[in-house]
Write a protein that binds this ligand. Sequence first.
Ligand SMILES: [Zn+2]
Length: 240
Amino acid sequence: MIDRLPVGKSPFRGRSLCESCGKTLSIPDLIPILSFVWLKGKCRYCKKKISFYYPVVELLTGILFVAVFSVLAKDRIIFSLSDFSQLLFYLFIVSVLIVVFFTDLKHGIIPDKIIFPSIVITFLYLALYSPALLTNHLATGIISFIFFFALILGTKGRGIGMGDAKLSLLIGIMLGFPEAVMSFYIAFLTGAGAGLILVLWGKRSLKGSLPFGPFLATSAIILLFFGGEIIPKIYRFLGL
Ligand SMILES: [Zn+2]
């Protein structure tokens, strides 16, 4: 998805192939992480270097899937149907955010083809399993989108783009209020911090903009995992 969606190819059609020689990969070449290790990071056929992105994405996905399971399962042994749906939904959302993180980092694009279906699936999940939250989450999504859209107009599109605005709609619907606001706050802080470090380090000019999707995706995952712990602490701190 990370490599195919931004260039308009279907992730569901055609087998995986080498980016340089175009050879279709065989089953041993497709084993996550391990194939990269035993091929020493080079294509079996043309010996060109394989991007480090692949093992990193594979490892990260594995770690985050285990994290989702351990956060949701805690010390329960028996999983009910609604627990199982919640597990599937969280795994789905984490996968979407991983794709967004890397498509924006690698290609500077947050594909509609990943955002729009995710909005529909999130809406259906809430409608089925947490209808009481639906109003809050939908309103948060729409207000987030309007806020990001206003920012784009205000900055004439130099900082963030429409992809970020559509992503904020998804994150708003997914996390609701106040979690979504907190996640945007963390994204803006870390994004500005990273931008400043890169400018001071001489890696980027003040005019060059940083992709914002990776920051939005990371902070959304943080709130998805730890929102239940962070938010009450902030409320207590504010005396609410
Ligand atoms: Zn090759």
